[in-house]
Design a protein around this ligand. Structure first.
Ligand SMILES: Nc1ncnc2c1ncn2[C@@H]1O[C@H](COP(=O)(O)OP(=O)(O)OP(=O)(O)O)[C@@H](O)[C@H]1O
Length: 392
């Protein structure tokens, strides 16, 4: 086994080879489409990813995340559309000719090879000179905290360690883009959290461009610069986590990311700055401007996240109600409020700092900044995903 002769854990950033590792667009996807028999798995997906960006495909099962990633990787042929990596059209190229790195949920390590040899393999394939190979493998393993186990074989490692080796193997030849499909899916929660932090640190340190697939909102929010929220093979919204939270463009996004409250009502007034909605429970709620011009005066649903609603005296705010449940979750308290006169309406869910918890049975008013309230024409389907009922 080669000796580790490199001590510094810092790895130089890759040079700009024109393949997108430095400046410019490492990846551009246009009009990708894939059908299986009668099923449209991916429908007109287009996106541009900048160098050093961490982008996540987030969506529930069957929304087309993996199929999109597999088309970018080259393991699945699109019906139409194009994929450009570092300015080169790779749509019809074999996976190994695209120069991309992969990390999958299954580690896919060579069982008979040591950790060192597994990580060295991609460089050997590329005929990297010995000295450079030793340096790169050593640096990469050290960065991932694996220097002490270079002689072990995969079966002598934990799941988390195996996934670190898989990550090193993808990183070692500095591909312009690294594709990761649920790489932490097989690990327990604690290890997932730890590896998320490591993946993010390594990505930042090396300025890597990453496309990541997950169905876990929290994971997407922790890791990503931008998230593409997918539904039925399409991207509903491609934005920063903050934008997705604060300015969701569809009810689906509002619900998927934050289990939003949806409050039914009718538009009472519209200005370029805001929309005033008369709620079915009687109160008046000020929301952001309504994007859809056709919905003027019509039925709408206002969406507001539980963490963005505050308490005010009963009789003020956009709604008055009775506190039904109060549940402490660490430093937060989850509260449900039944709107007065709204026996048939849903409870409103709030998340408050524990010190501000009201008592069950108390009459309270609810308030929200209008910039935290989205408003959507009532015709749009929220497409509530299967986990929604477990998150309230
Ligand atoms: N090889 C295939 N043959 C037929 N249908 C397929 C095939 N691969 C995917 N599909 C269908 O295409 C749709 C999208 O699947 P895809 O695996 O991309 O979704 P996903 O968002 O990655 O889901 P998951 O999180 O469950 O992996 C689904 O309806 C799926 O059943």
């Amino acid at each position: 086994m080669p000796e580790l002769d490199v001590k510094a854990p810092t790895i130089p950033r890759p040079p700009d080879t024109g393949t997108g590792t430095g400046t410019g667009k490492p990846l551009s996807v246009t009009g990708l489409r894939k059908t299986y028999g009668g099923v449209t798995a991916v429908d007109e997906v287009s996106m541009e990813i900048a160098a050093g960006e961490f982008v996540t495909f987030l969506g529930s099962s069957g929304s087309g995340k993996t199929t999109t990633l597999m088309m970018i990787a080259g393991f699945c042929e699109p019906d139409s559309g194009s994929i450009v990596v570092g300015g080169r059209d790779v749509t019809r190229l074999a996976p190994q000719k695209r120069g991309l790195g992969f990390v999958f949920q299954q580690y896919l390590l060579f069982p008979h090879m040591t950790v060192w040899d597994n990580v060295a393999f991609p460089l050997q394939l590329r005929g990297t000179p010995k000295a450079e190979l030793r340096q790169r493998v050593g640096e990469t393993l050290e960065m991932a905290g694996l220097s002490g186990m270079t002689r072990r074989r995969p079966r002598e490692l934990s799941g988390g360690q195996q996934q670190r080796v898989a990550l090193c193997r993808a990183l070692v030849y500095r591909p312009p883009v690294i594709l990761m499909d649920e790489p932490l899916g097989a690990l327990d929660k604690k290890l997932r959290d730890q590896l998320q932090t490591e993946i993010k640190r390594i990505q930042r340190e090396l300025g890597l461009t990453v496309i990541y697939v997950t169905h876990d909102q929290e994971e997407a929010l922790v890791l990503s610069d931008r998230i593409a929220v997918m539904r039925d093979g399409r991207i509903d919204q491609f934005d920063t986590p903050r934008e997705l939270f604060e300015v969701p463009r569809t009810p689906f996004v509002a619900d998927f990311l934050g289990a939003a409250n949806f409050l039914a009502g009718s538009v009472e007034e519209r200005t370029p700055e805001h929309t005033r909605v008369r709620l079915d429970t009687g109160g008046l709620l000020t929301a952001r401007p309504l994007a859809n011009a056709d919905a003027d005066g019509g039925r709408v649903r206002a969406a507001v996240q539980p963490g963005r609603i505050g308490l005010c005296p009963a009789g003020t705010g956009f709604c008055t109600g009775t506190v039904e449940t109060v549940t402490y979750v660490g430093t937060l308290v989850r509260v449900t409020v039944r709107p007065v006169g709204g026996a048939d309406t849903d409870v409103v869910r709030l998340e408050l700092p524990a010190g501000r918890a009201p008592a069950p049975g108390e009459h309270v008013g609810l308030t929200a900044e209008f910039t935290d309230v989205g408003v959507f024409p009532d015709t749009e389907d929220a497409g509530v995903h299967p986990d929604a009922e477990h998150r309230g």
